[in-house]
Design a protein around this ligand. Structure first.
Ligand SMILES: NC(=O)c1ccc[n+]([C@@H]2O[C@H](COP(=O)([O-])OP(=O)(O)OC[C@H]3O[C@@H](n4cnc5c(N)ncnc54)[C@H](OP(=O)(O)O)[C@@H]3O)[C@@H](O)[C@H]2O)c1
Length: 284
């Protein structure tokens, strides 16, 4: 039997799939664009088309699959968008689903992840929820353009702190639980990096690593929204979900540091400085 990796062309999916391959697990990588998957993984890794909005793609994706890494594509803003696929997983007798959730959602019903977690457990699907803090890759990915071009970090998090985690560490944690479904059945793991930083401290670390002067713009919600929708052309639903997440962040929900990554994997989580040094080119 195989492990289905959804969102396999995405930030976390790629790391999860590669960690599973290193562990010699049988996997099938999935996404809406199989050509993209072929380019990333080559022809030796099995790939399948899966679109959460197209039920006709579900059965083929779950053939001979008994475990699933499930992620919610950021533009699917409603939890209900994932319900049809979750129901089909139940019908296929999946023995562990590891859902990429979000730190703190067990107590916060606003992000869609809350309802998705609840739906999975209500259906009686065995789960190992992964609840990470914000990804370090947000800085080298979505926010890199403003850093590269204007030496500014444009995130509406105010003065709050965030216990950033490297998505590579999340991938390792996901592979760990999926490789041992009996042990991790019906568990949840809040994963963070080793320290909590505000964005002024992030700017200072990035300045030291790049030897440029990078500052935190500390934008308000309206200027953030207007920039990412009007200047960058990002999907409105995606930007709205991120605004809700940064509102929570301002209330302190992203600050907690846990030792669950080390407990799960036996490794120390990557620090922000290590990440910045490894990804220096993304900020230059
Ligand atoms: N960024 C953070 O700090 C953070 C923190 C905690 C939790 N999260 C959660 O992590 C998730 C995002 O993970 P990520 O950053 O790894 O994703 P990502 O890099 O944005 O990748 C999105 C993936 O979704 C796939 N996809 C898009 N539309 C699809 C559809 N209709 N059906 C099936 N697959 C589809 C894409 O593949 P194709 O291109 O092939 O379609 C792609 O592989 C979100 O739920 C987010 O809330 C993020």
């Amino acid at each position: 039997m195989k492990i289905l990796v959804t969102g396999a062309s995405g930030t976390v999916g790629k790391y999860a799939a590669n960690e599973l391959l290193k562990m010699n697990a049988s996997i099938v990588v999935a996404g809406t664009d199989t050509q993209k998957l072929l380019k990333i993984y080559g022809k030796d890794v099995e790939r399948v088309k899966l679109d959460f909005t197209k039920e006709e793609t579900f059965d083929a994706a779950l053939q001979e699959v008994d475990r699933v890494f499930l992620m919610r594509p950021p533009h699917l803003g409603k939890a209900e968008d994932l319900y049809p696929f979750i129901q089909i997983m139940k019908e296929h007798g999946i023995k562990l689903v590891s859902f990429l959730s979000l730190m703190g959602v067990e107590k916060n019903p606003i992000p869609p992840h809350h309802k998705i977690e609840k739906y999975i457990s209500e259906l009686g699907l065995p789960f190992a929820h992964i609840r990470p803090g914000f990804f370090m890759q947000n800085l080298s990915g979505i926010h890199a353009e403003e850093i590269k071009e204007n030496n500014k970090i444009l995130v509406p998090a105010g003065k709050s702190k965030t216990s950033f985690i490297d998505a590579a560490d999340i991938g390792l944690a996901i592979a760990t639980v999926l490789k041992d479904p009996e042990r991790y059945k019906n568990t949840a793991h809040t994963l963070t990096g080793p320290q909590s930083l505000d964005y002024f401290e992030v700017a200072e670390l990035l300045s030291q690593v790049t030897k440029k002067h990078i500052s935190y713009a500390d934008p308000g919600f309206l200027s953030y929204r207007s920039h990412y929708i009007n200047n960058r052309g990002l999907d409105k639903k995606y930007v709205n979900v991120t605004m809700a997440l940064y509102l929570m962040t301002r209330l302190g929900t992203a600050e907690k540091v846990t030792d669950e990554f080390e407990k799960l994997t036996g490794k120390k989580p990557t620090s922000f400085r290590e990440f910045a040094e490894r990804n220096r080119g993304s900020f230059m």
